[in-house]
Design a protein around this ligand. Structure first.
Ligand SMILES: [Zn+2]
Length: 210
Protein backbone atom coordinates (compact mmCIF):
# COMPACT_ATOMS: atom_id res chain seq x y z
CA UNK A 1 0.00 0.00 0.00
CA UNK A 2 1.28 3.44 -0.88
CA UNK A 3 2.25 5.36 2.25
CA UNK A 4 2.24 9.06 2.85
CA UNK A 5 3.99 10.46 5.95
CA UNK A 6 3.24 13.82 7.48
CA UNK A 7 5.32 15.30 10.30
CA UNK A 8 3.29 17.35 12.74
CA UNK A 9 3.59 19.02 16.13
CA UNK A 10 1.18 16.76 18.02
CA UNK A 11 2.00 14.07 20.60
CA UNK A 12 0.31 11.08 19.04
CA UNK A 13 1.05 9.16 15.88
CA UNK A 14 -1.96 8.44 13.72
CA UNK A 15 -2.70 6.43 10.66
CA UNK A 16 -5.72 6.19 8.43
CA UNK A 17 -6.53 4.72 5.09
CA UNK A 18 -7.78 7.17 2.52
CA UNK A 19 -8.49 6.31 -1.08
CA UNK A 20 -6.41 3.17 -0.85
CA UNK A 21 -3.44 5.09 0.57
CA UNK A 22 -2.00 4.77 4.08
CA UNK A 23 -1.67 8.26 5.52
CA UNK A 24 0.54 8.40 8.62
CA UNK A 25 0.91 11.46 10.83
CA UNK A 26 3.87 11.43 13.25
CA UNK A 27 5.05 14.00 15.79
CA UNK A 28 8.25 15.52 14.41
CA UNK A 29 9.97 15.41 17.81
CA UNK A 30 9.79 11.60 18.02
CA UNK A 31 13.16 9.84 17.75
CA UNK A 32 13.73 8.32 14.28
CA UNK A 33 13.73 4.79 15.69
CA UNK A 34 10.32 5.38 17.24
CA UNK A 35 9.01 6.78 13.98
CA UNK A 36 10.31 3.74 12.16
CA UNK A 37 8.77 1.34 14.60
CA UNK A 38 5.45 3.20 14.49
CA UNK A 39 5.51 3.04 10.70
CA UNK A 40 6.09 -0.70 10.77
CA UNK A 41 3.16 -1.16 13.16
CA UNK A 42 0.89 1.02 11.07
CA UNK A 43 1.82 -0.88 7.92
CA UNK A 44 0.93 -4.18 9.57
CA UNK A 45 -2.32 -2.64 10.80
CA UNK A 46 -3.12 -1.25 7.34
CA UNK A 47 -2.49 -4.61 5.73
CA UNK A 48 -4.90 -6.43 8.03
CA UNK A 49 -7.38 -3.59 7.93
CA UNK A 50 -7.46 -3.48 4.14
CA UNK A 51 -7.94 -7.23 3.95
CA UNK A 52 -10.93 -6.95 6.25
CA UNK A 53 -12.39 -4.12 4.26
CA UNK A 54 -11.73 -5.51 0.82
CA UNK A 55 -15.21 -6.94 0.53
CA UNK A 56 -16.82 -3.64 1.46
CA UNK A 57 -17.26 -0.66 -0.84
CA UNK A 58 -14.99 2.26 -0.03
CA UNK A 59 -16.87 5.55 0.30
CA UNK A 60 -14.50 7.12 -2.21
CA UNK A 61 -15.69 4.67 -4.84
CA UNK A 62 -19.35 5.38 -4.27
CA UNK A 63 -20.81 8.27 -6.22
CA UNK A 64 -22.47 10.72 -3.81
CA UNK A 65 -26.20 11.27 -4.04
CA UNK A 66 -26.76 14.80 -5.32
CA UNK A 67 -29.21 17.10 -3.62
CA UNK A 68 -31.27 17.21 -6.82
CA UNK A 69 -31.53 13.44 -6.90
CA UNK A 70 -32.49 13.39 -3.23
CA UNK A 71 -35.13 16.09 -3.75
CA UNK A 72 -36.64 14.01 -6.55
CA UNK A 73 -36.57 10.87 -4.45
CA UNK A 74 -38.25 12.55 -1.47
CA UNK A 75 -40.95 14.07 -3.69
CA UNK A 76 -41.59 10.72 -5.33
CA UNK A 77 -41.70 8.71 -2.10
CA UNK A 78 -43.93 11.32 -0.49
CA UNK A 79 -46.40 11.23 -3.39
CA UNK A 80 -46.45 7.42 -3.27
CA UNK A 81 -46.92 7.20 0.48
CA UNK A 82 -47.86 9.63 3.26
CA UNK A 83 -48.26 12.75 1.09
CA UNK A 84 -47.37 15.32 3.76
CA UNK A 85 -46.25 18.94 3.48
CA UNK A 86 -42.50 19.35 4.06
CA UNK A 87 -40.49 22.50 3.49
CA UNK A 88 -36.98 21.40 2.63
CA UNK A 89 -34.42 18.65 2.23
CA UNK A 90 -30.77 18.81 3.25
CA UNK A 91 -27.77 16.50 3.05
CA UNK A 92 -25.89 16.49 6.36
CA UNK A 93 -22.13 16.09 6.36
CA UNK A 94 -21.60 15.09 9.98
CA UNK A 95 -20.18 11.69 10.63
CA UNK A 96 -21.54 10.34 13.86
CA UNK A 97 -24.98 11.84 14.01
CA UNK A 98 -28.15 10.05 13.07
CA UNK A 99 -28.91 8.59 9.66
CA UNK A 100 -31.62 11.15 9.09
CA UNK A 101 -33.85 13.47 11.01
CA UNK A 102 -36.74 15.82 10.54
CA UNK A 103 -37.22 19.14 12.26
CA UNK A 104 -40.90 19.28 13.14
CA UNK A 105 -40.91 23.08 13.40
CA UNK A 106 -39.16 23.90 10.14
CA UNK A 107 -40.40 20.68 8.46
CA UNK A 108 -36.95 20.24 6.94
CA UNK A 109 -35.60 16.72 6.43
CA UNK A 110 -31.86 16.10 6.82
CA UNK A 111 -30.16 12.95 5.57
CA UNK A 112 -26.58 12.08 6.47
CA UNK A 113 -24.50 11.59 3.35
CA UNK A 114 -23.04 8.49 5.04
CA UNK A 115 -26.52 7.05 5.25
CA UNK A 116 -27.63 7.71 1.68
CA UNK A 117 -24.53 7.37 -0.51
CA UNK A 118 -24.49 3.86 -1.90
CA UNK A 119 -27.62 2.80 -0.01
CA UNK A 120 -29.78 0.34 -1.99
CA UNK A 121 -32.86 2.02 -3.43
CA UNK A 122 -35.46 0.26 -1.33
CA UNK A 123 -33.67 1.04 1.94
CA UNK A 124 -33.34 4.67 0.84
CA UNK A 125 -37.06 4.73 0.12
CA UNK A 126 -37.68 3.38 3.62
CA UNK A 127 -35.43 6.01 5.18
CA UNK A 128 -37.27 8.81 3.38
CA UNK A 129 -40.64 7.30 4.30
CA UNK A 130 -39.54 7.08 7.95
CA UNK A 131 -38.73 10.79 8.16
CA UNK A 132 -41.85 11.86 6.27
CA UNK A 133 -44.01 9.71 8.54
CA UNK A 134 -42.67 11.65 11.54
CA UNK A 135 -44.52 14.69 10.20
CA UNK A 136 -47.69 12.74 10.97
CA UNK A 137 -46.56 10.80 14.07
CA UNK A 138 -43.56 12.48 15.72
CA UNK A 139 -42.47 9.57 17.96
CA UNK A 140 -41.65 5.90 17.46
CA UNK A 141 -44.92 4.61 18.87
CA UNK A 142 -46.85 1.60 17.60
CA UNK A 143 -48.97 4.03 15.65
CA UNK A 144 -45.86 5.31 13.88
CA UNK A 145 -44.65 1.85 12.88
CA UNK A 146 -48.13 0.87 11.75
CA UNK A 147 -48.12 3.88 9.45
CA UNK A 148 -44.68 2.98 8.09
CA UNK A 149 -45.76 -0.65 7.62
CA UNK A 150 -48.69 0.35 5.42
CA UNK A 151 -46.24 1.79 2.89
CA UNK A 152 -43.30 -0.55 3.46
CA UNK A 153 -44.26 -3.98 4.82
CA UNK A 154 -40.57 -4.99 4.84
CA UNK A 155 -39.59 -2.02 6.99
CA UNK A 156 -37.76 -4.03 9.67
CA UNK A 157 -35.31 -5.48 7.20
CA UNK A 158 -34.93 -2.23 5.26
CA UNK A 159 -34.23 -0.43 8.53
CA UNK A 160 -31.52 -2.94 9.39
CA UNK A 161 -29.98 -2.57 5.94
CA UNK A 162 -29.92 1.21 6.30
CA UNK A 163 -28.39 1.06 9.79
CA UNK A 164 -25.68 -1.43 8.84
CA UNK A 165 -24.81 0.57 5.77
CA UNK A 166 -24.55 3.78 7.73
CA UNK A 167 -22.34 2.30 10.42
CA UNK A 168 -20.02 0.80 7.87
CA UNK A 169 -19.78 3.97 5.80
CA UNK A 170 -19.29 6.28 8.76
CA UNK A 171 -16.60 4.03 10.21
CA UNK A 172 -14.58 3.18 7.12
CA UNK A 173 -14.21 6.69 5.91
CA UNK A 174 -12.24 8.10 8.78
CA UNK A 175 -11.33 5.75 11.55
CA UNK A 176 -7.81 6.68 12.55
CA UNK A 177 -5.31 4.35 14.17
CA UNK A 178 -3.27 5.91 16.95
CA UNK A 179 -0.04 5.33 18.81
CA UNK A 180 0.66 7.31 22.00
CA UNK A 181 3.95 9.15 22.61
CA UNK A 182 6.97 6.84 23.04
CA UNK A 183 7.22 7.58 26.79
CA UNK A 184 3.78 6.16 27.34
CA UNK A 185 4.47 2.97 25.43
CA UNK A 186 5.48 -0.21 27.20
CA UNK A 187 8.26 -1.06 24.75
CA UNK A 188 9.91 2.32 25.34
CA UNK A 189 9.92 1.84 29.09
CA UNK A 190 12.24 0.08 31.44
CA UNK A 191 10.76 -3.04 33.01
CA UNK A 192 8.03 -1.97 35.39
CA UNK A 193 9.10 -1.89 39.04
CA UNK A 194 7.14 -3.89 41.58
CA UNK A 195 3.56 -2.74 41.68
CA UNK A 196 3.22 0.55 43.50
CA UNK A 197 -0.25 1.03 44.79
CA UNK A 198 -2.09 4.29 45.14
CA UNK A 199 -0.06 6.20 42.59
CA UNK A 200 -2.31 5.85 39.65
CA UNK A 201 -0.70 6.55 36.37
CA UNK A 202 -4.17 5.50 35.48
CA UNK A 203 -4.21 6.33 31.79
CA UNK A 204 -4.28 3.01 30.02
CA UNK A 205 -1.66 2.51 27.38
CA UNK A 206 -3.42 2.09 24.08
CA UNK A 207 -1.52 -0.05 21.71
CA UNK A 208 -4.37 -1.96 20.24
CA UNK A 209 -4.02 -2.06 16.50
CA UNK A 210 -7.62 -2.93 15.80
ZN1 LIG B 1 -37.56 8.12 13.61
Amino acid sequence: METQIRYVTGRTARARIRGGQLVVTVPRHWPPTEIESALAKFKRWAHKHSQTLQALPMPEDIPPVSLDALLDAVARVNAETVDVAYLGVRIGRSRYTRLAQVNLKTRILTFSRYAINGLPERALRYLILHELAHLIVPNHSAKFWALVAIHEPDYRRQRQIAQNHYQRMAAIDDRPEELPPPAARPDARRPAPAQKKGRGNARPVQLSLF
